[in-house]
Design a protein. Structure first.
Length: 226
């Protein structure tokens, strides 16, 4: 089960999913429901996917981690791509909630496409050049209300931090980051120290399902066959 990140739909995994299927893996990409809180959303993904390997990117990874901790009987293996267990500092969470509320009001005021153009202009997504047509197509996948709900319900400021629960993970876990994504590479090192997961580094930055879908699929597929 492949779970996308913020502002994305299941199609963000289309190339990587096709590569995994070509290698003999049965893959399904899930859209993230946006009408409930963080925990309920994580559990809804488990209801939709059933017992499986779960691979989540960024926001999708945070949701898959929560699912694995709350319902380990559902998650056979866990792959977290450019994801974190949340913010452990309460002040940082409060600041993030305020920032996300500002972004939610912005998308409600301006609409999805202008918001998305600014969002993708961040250095974090420099490795994902998108044409105007591609941005417009991605914008059509969500309404402004849905993007605002993601920000308010599924952001790192809203979710309970999971750092102190990483030691509960008993299924095999892979932590994937891009070599140029120094922030999440460091986060993965800290997570590995807490749960003994396998570290996987591939060329690329933060948005690996879009930047390096074939390399990401190959890395996940190789890990699954171990």
């Amino acid at each position: 089960m492949l779970v996308p990140g913020f502002t994305q739909s299941a199609s963000a995994w289309s190339v990587a999913g096709a590569a995994l299927r070509a290698a003999g893996h049965d893959c399904v990409a899930l859209d993230v429901p946006v009408d409930r809180d963080f925990v309920a959303t994580a559990h809804a993904l488990g209801d939709a996917g059933g017992r499986a390997v779960y691979a989540g990117y960024s926001m999708g990874g945070r949701l898959c981690l929560r699912l694995a901790l709350d319902r380990p009987e559902v998650v056979q293996r866990l792959v977290l791509v450019s994801a974190s267990p949340g913010l452990s500092d309460a002040a940082e969470r409060a600041a993030r909630r305020a920032s996300d509320e500002d972004l939610a009001r912005d998308v409600e005021a301006r609409g999805v496409e202008p918001f998305l153009r600014d969002w993708l202009a961040q250095p974090l997504f420099a490795g994902v050049p998108m044409t105007d047509e591609e941005v417009a197509a991605r914008a059509r996948a969500h309404t402004a209300a849905q993007i605002a709900a993601m920000l308010r319900n599924l952001g790192t400021g809203t979710q309970a931090p999971l750092w102190d629960r990483l030691g509960e993970l008993r299924m095999p876990v892979a932590l994937v980051s891009g070599r140029t994504d120094s922030k999440f590479d460091a986060i993965n090192d800290e997570m590995q120290a807490e749960c003994g997961a396998t570290r996987i580094r591939i060329d690329g930055g933060h948005a690996l399902p879009l930047e390096q879908p074939h390399a990401l699929a190959a890395a996940i597929g190789e890990w699954l066959t171990r």
